[in-house]
Design a protein around this ligand. Structure first.
Ligand SMILES: Cc1cc2nc3c(=O)[nH]c(=O)nc-3n(C[C@H](O)[C@H](O)[C@H](O)COP(=O)(O)O)c2cc1C
Length: 346
């Protein structure tokens, strides 16, 4: 029976335990050019020092026009690499494995005219369909950002394929109305993600970890399972399972004690040999141990919990209850400024 404190292999790297810090944007801690204004080496280094086995750095834009918000970390130019080198050094100093999440926000991008799988009007914004030439440009930008991540000293990247951002928009039938090679069948809708994974695999070293934030789009999960197996066959090394577009109606067994999102991770875990992380509302060491010990997942990802408590793992491993995130009803304070989190610095 595996335990939270057990190590696990991710490609040729040993992750020292089963705790993942999933990506969590520290909103407003960057300028408008993709550079940090608050030290991420400190922020992630603190979570590494606190014992976290695997850290996935927050969503980082592959192109300026692909940002979720105006002030967000970027990896679209070489100048951005230095901030990631510092994060890598800070995490490695404490023995954590560290990836960066790469994102194109698609129709959820910052700006008045944005790009997606298909054209539509969204909340006063004009959303245009990417042309085939622009799709090629997006692919190149993912690859260039991944190459920069490796040069900066990170152990790998995580491709953001969830939460309704661009790759979700291509994969989900609800948001992809294309009639070319990137629309229609599931194979066509997942083509862009597949091409990006292949191109990153070819352009980075064999040791470089490719993770995928996998967004579930189908309430029956049939399409998702097919796609997860495809990604696994292509050499994706880590699946961080969360929500996509159109998963409403997904049935969760009555006796499953966690959220539907956590459940989806356990379903993907059962289908794959590749390590999977489950997420959402996993708060206490008891919750985390339950999921690992019952072989429902390989990793537990604790997002807001690790924002609120950098020492989450070390405390849990010593039998001390970590500070537990207050689950602020007005929304996580890190969505505005992490320094206003009621547990910041405590
Ligand atoms: C402030 C904040 C920022 C987030 N940013 C990202 C992100 O950059 N990329 C991503 O895939 N998910 C992001 N998420 C979602 C988290 O990775 C995680 O899935 C979610 O918080 C649920 O896990 P939890 O209940 O342990 O917090 C964010 C969540 C929060 C609260």
């Amino acid at each position: 029976m595996a335990k939270l404190t057990d190590s696990i292999k991710l490609k040729n790297k040993t992750v020292k335990n089963r705790l993942v810090m999933p990506p969590a944007v520290c909103f407003n801690w960057a300028d408008t050019k993709g550079y940090e204004t608050v030290s991420r080496a400190q922020h992630y280094g603190d979570r590494a020092k606190g014992g976290t086995g695997l850290i996935v750095i927050e969503a980082t834009a592959i192109l300026p026009e692909a940002r979720i918000v105006e002030r967000e970390l970027g990896l679209w130019e070489d100048g951005h690499m230095a901030q990631f080198s510092k994060i890598a050094a800070a995490c490695h100093e404490h023995g954590s494995v560290v990836l960066v999440q790469l994102v194109h926000a698609g129709q959820k991008s910052f700006g008045e005219v944005v790009k997606s799988s298909s054209a539509r009007e969204i909340q006063g914004k004009t959303c245009e369909a990417l042309t085939l030439e622009e799709i090629g440009h997006v692919k190149d930008a993912f690859v260039s950002a991944a190459v920069r991540a490796e040069k900066a000293g990170l152990d790998g990247i995580e491709i953001h394929g969830a939460h309704g951002y661009l790759l979700s928009q291509f994969t989900a039938s609800k948001t992809n109305f294309r009639i070319d090679a990137y629309g229609g069948s599931l194979e066509n809708r997942t083509r862009l993600s597949v091409e990006i994974v292949k191109a990153i695999r070819e352009s980075t070293s064999d040791e470089f970890i490719i993770g995928y934030r996998f967004g579930v789009n189908d309430p029956l999960m049939k399409e998702d399972i097919w796609f997860a197996r495809e990604l696994e066959a292509l050499g994706v090394d880590f699946f961080n399972v969360s929500s996509g577009i159109g998963m409403e109606g997904l049935e969760v067994p009555k006796d499953f004690p966690f959220s539907p999102i956590t459940h989806m991770g356990t379903v993907v875990h059962k289908q794959l040999k590749t390590p999977v992380a489950c997420v959402f509302g996993i708060r206490t060491p008891e919750d985390a141990n339950y999921l690992i010990e019952n072989n429902l997942t390989d990793f537990v990802a604790i997002g807001r919990g690790l924002l609120a408590e950098p020492n989450w793992f070390n405390k849990a491993a010593s039998g001390i209850m970590p500070n537990i995130c207050y689950d602020c009803k007005s929304g996580c304070k890190y969505r505005i400024d992490g320094k206003t989190c009621p547990l910041y610095g405590k």
